[in-house]
Design a protein around this ligand. Sequence first.
Ligand SMILES: [Zn+2]
Length: 74
Amino acid sequence: MNARPHLIARVRPELARTERELSCHLFPLPADGPLPASLRAYCGFDIVPGQAERLDGPAGMPCMPCLLQAALAS
Ligand SMILES: [Zn+2]
């Protein structure tokens, strides 16, 4: 299986204003090359890396649309 690399991240709690921002989103990463300036989650949510915290695993509330899209994409 050739799983696409992805990143689990959420907006830092002190910056999050909505439930969606507090959810853990899944971001597909480029297979190689530098990290883009802004990342788009599977669900379409955009995040700026400086405003996000990277998680080593799912924590808190997962974003359901992201989970479903990631499962379909892998
Ligand atoms: Zn999401």
